[in-house]
Design a binder for this molecule. Structure first.
Ligand code: SF4
Length: 691
């Protein structure tokens, strides 16, 4: 029987670091671990034997040292510990820490933080706390579709989810909000182990997945293997393995989750080899002689494990340097930074080295780029078999990832965010992991006269052209803006209804009205719909760029026309005109225009009455201009009010008569009315009502 160990198995850098922190701290005395340090019972039992106590909360009393788990803790734990004088040892995985910082940063920007992951998982619960009360957790794209997003969003991921799931949720959210910032917090260590299982399954007959049953990433490995239609056995320890699982199978694959200790993987391999020895010595189990592995033509060597291990090496030498290939992209944690190199824990026996020349193309001081404890993604540049030295390159990994991201963005037409770093002849240079160029014509939808204002700003870009060999990346913000506008337009046409009030922006004024953008579509606000009063030109009421609430009067989808009204959003002054201008009252108004049959007098904005030619004076009048002219202020008596027809009959003649012979009743008899007219009094009242 041949055993094949997955190319990546066992402790990831975050878990390895946490166990080392715990073991080092326990040498100085007991400590409390807040929640299980990692998802593996044997590893927990190991540190508990050394003096660790796993607790759900901070200790009630007494000074104590508390170790925070790899999954991280809520910010309140840090503040509470500081308040109570409890010393914190932080084993939060640096990749999880980066996700927490992203959550907090996005929340401070006023974004709704969406976490893609399992709401029950402790890492996600802590991330939610870092993201604040508005954070939401979605498990998958289906849940993302049900989400109501108001405004800007920021999307992060539980570090151990599948990258595909994060991408799927992201693409759904990008359709639901125009302003989505994505911070990819998926950890490659999990991904590496999953890819290793996918690679291994086609080469074996049965899979053994080793690791905690509560470990999300181990469970995921088992699921992946099961999904590939192969018998899969998930064990936490070697003693759970049953001989009959392997009857008739020639090749057994072994995978282990990121929280599975090396010693357990060794025990499993030893148990498998022991089983084979027993079968060889004792013969096959009686019930299954025919299918016995002893009957198969299988090499029977002392150590039959085919892994990344060198020939003859101990089976337990998991992920020895030889497992790595030059060009592999892996993740690690910075353990030391000096002036000429950076030492990285890559979860193997030996640490990797990034020479300063491989840190960044600009050859800056390493201490400006990384610090101890930082998570880094690196490329394996060379492996010295004799010395065991692994040389790494950060900038090469960054570039490979940047090109992958750009290729993906071009394929999916996804929008990427990138800072503009320089203005050059004909356009802008942006940093998309490599240098990208945005031609001047692709910066905005219209012409831009001064490109320098974009330097330092973040642009939202589509990838137009990629040529890796020529190192050529052409991007466009204009394409993003046009796509957003199109989406906005479609939504507006799909949802706009007659009678609703919409918020809009005045885009332009003409003699006959104003064009108002009500969501990517311009509607016409005709001059007659601007005010209940008379408006000669729209500029008397509106100016370009002004925000207004308008009523949708008509929608013609076939012709692509929308008619809007502004006055409909204001109270109609004719509504209470009878009460405000009672018959027989005397008020002051302004003559607005003359007609052969009389003069029109405006009593207030939108309320105009007619003084018939026979009511202009107590003499015969041939033409109205013998008595009044437009602009004159005149006192008029209200004769008749017909609000439904929007008509008021007035008389100058009778107002003058009454002034000569004051009457004893009614509003107009008040001497004060002569000084402050009723019209003016009610005008104030009307203005108040409008507010
Ligand atoms: S799987 Fe990744 S995120 Fe999780 S502990 Fe390991 S290194 Fe950290």
């Amino acid at each position: 029987m041949k055993l094949v160990l997955a190319r990546h198995a066992g402790f990831c850098p975050g878990v390895k670091r946490a166990m080392e922190i715990a073991e080092d701290a326990l040498k100085e005395g007991p400590l409390v671990v807040l929640g299980p340090l990692i998802h593996n019972r044997d590893a927990i039992a190991h540190i508990e034997r050394m003096g660790a106590v796993t607790a759900g909360d901070l200790p009630e009393r007494g000074p104590a040292r508390v170790l925070l788990r790899t999954h991280g803790s809520a910010p309140s734990v840090y503040s509470e510990a500081a308040h109570r004088g409890i010393a914190i040892l932080d084993a939060t995985c640096p990749f999880v820490r980066r996700a927490q910082e992203a959550a907090s940063h996005l929340a401070k920007q006023g974004r709704t933080v969406v976490i893609v992951g399992d709401p029950e998982h402790p890492e996600v619960q802590a991330l939610s706390a870092w993201a604040g009360p508005g954070a939401v957790v979605v498990r998958n794209d289906e849940e993302a579709r049900a989400l109501v997003l108001n405004g800007a969003a920021g999307v992060i991921a539980q570090t151990t989810i599948e990258p595909r799931m994060y991408e799927e949720v992201l693409s759904v959210l990008k359709q639901r909000s125009e302003d989505v910032v994505a911070v990819d917090t998926v950890c490659l260590a999990t991904h590496e182990r999953q890819s290793a299982v996918r690679e291994l399954v086609p080469q074996v007959d049965v899979m053994l997945v080793v690791g905690g049953r509560h470990s999300a990433n181990t469970v995921k490995l088992a699921e992946i293997a099961k999904g590939m239609n192969i018998p899969v056995h998930h064990v936490e320890r070697a003693d759970e393995i049953q001989d009959d699982w392997f009857t008739g199978n020639e090749t057994v694959g072994i995978a282990a989750g990121a929280s599975t200790p090396e010693w357990i993987i060794k025990e499993v391999i030893a148990r498998m080899e022991d089983m084979e020895k027993r079968v060889n010595e004792e013969g096959v189990p009686p019930e299954d002689k025919d299918a016995s592995i002893a009957d198969q033509d299988v090499p029977k060597t002392e150590s039959n494990v085919e892994t990344h291990q060198a020939a003859g090496e101990e089976p337990g030498a998991i992920e020895a340097p030889e497992d790595l290939r030059v060009g592999d992209i892996i993740q690690g944690i910075v353990v030391r930074v000096s002036a000429d190199s950076v030492l990285v824990d890559i979860g193997r026996k030996s640490e990797g080295v990034i020479p300063v020349s491989e840190l960044s193309r600009s050859r800056r001081d390493p201490r400006e780029i990384v610090k101890e404890g930082d998570p880094v993604t690196v490329m394996v540049k060379s492996i010295d078999d004799k010395e065991g030295e692994i040389k790494l390159s950060k900038y090469r990994a960054d570039e490979v990832l940047a090109w992958q991201k750009l290729e993906h963005a071009m394929e999916t037409k996804e929008t990427i965010h990138a800072p503009c770093i320089q203005e050059v002849k004909g356009g802008l240079v942006v940093d998309v992991g490599v240098r990208g160029f945005v031609p001047a014509s692709q910066v905005e939808r219209g012409y831009v006269s001064d490109l320098s204002v974009y330097v330092g700003r973040e642009l939202r870009l589509k990838v137009l052209e990629l040529d890796k060999e020529k190192n050529r990346v052409i991007l466009s913000q204009r394409a993003t803006l046009e796509e957003e506008l199109e989406a906005k337009r479609s939504e507006t046409w799909a949802t706009i209804t007659e009678g609703e009030i919409r918020h809009g922006v005045v885009k332009g004024l003409t003699d006959f009205g104003a064009f108002v953008d009500v969501g990517g579509v311009d509607g016409l606000l005709h001059v007659s719909e601007l005010s209940w009063g008379r408006v000669n030109h729209p500029s008397e009421v509106l100016k370009e760029g002004q925000e207004v609430d308008v009523m949708v009067l008509r929608v013609d989808r076939e012709k692509g026309k929308i008619s809007l009204g502004l006055k409909q959003t204001l109270q109609d002054p004719w509504h209470s005109v009878k009460e405000r201008y009672p018959v027989d009252s005397v008020v002051t108004g302004r003559v607005t225009r003359l007609a052969p049959f009389g003069a029109f007098v405006e009593l207030e904005d939108g309320v105009e009455g007619l003084v018939h030619i026979s009511e202009l004076a107590d003499r015969r009048v041939e033409k109205p201009d013998e008595v009044v002219k437009p602009g004159d202020m005149v006192r008029v008596k209200v004769l008749r009010v017909r609000p439904d027809d929007r008509r008021i009959s007035l008389s100058i003649k009778q107002a003058e008569e009454r002034s000569a012979q004051p009457e004893s009743n009614g509003f107009a008899d008040n001497p004060a009315v002569d000084k402050v007219t009723l019209g003016e009094m009610f005008k104030d009242l009307f203005e108040e009502t409008k507010k």
